[in-house]
Design a protein around this ligand. Sequence first.
Ligand SMILES: [Mg+2]
Length: 166
Amino acid sequence: MRPLLLLDFDGPLNPYRAEEIPPGYVSHEIVEGEKSWVVLLNPQHGVELNALGATFDLVWATSWEHGANRLLGPLLGLPELPVIVWPPREPVSGVRRGSWKTPYVAEWAAGRPFAWVDDELNRYDRFYLDDAHQAAHLAHRVEPHLGLTAPDFAVLRAWAQSGSAA
Ligand SMILES: [Mg+2]
């Protein structure tokens, strides 16, 4: 079964914590109706992700939801991708120490192997997934001031090649 590659946008593809524009990135102003956003994008990410599409099924796992296909993917040369649509956020009772996305990601993946890149992952997400998701999974945290780097892509390729995704 081909593994999924779940893509967060803000953090991995838009290093929103960067203090200045990192090498290789271009600042884009995105306007839709009355809304506008400024994002930093690295064209090389489109190249790398399209190459990973030979191995993985790419999926948007971002709060941009369908906006990722409409507004962001084309700027990176990405095709239209499946989108995880998040349920309405409920007030969290008690302490949840992992990402709010994690239970929904496990549910959406429905037993398929996946690698997931996101800037808000921590060990509690890994504990949750180890428990809730029987298939192979990699929850890979990306630094939101750096975005996806060559070592991150190397981790994804190595994971896919290691057979853990099979
Ligand atoms: Mg993020």
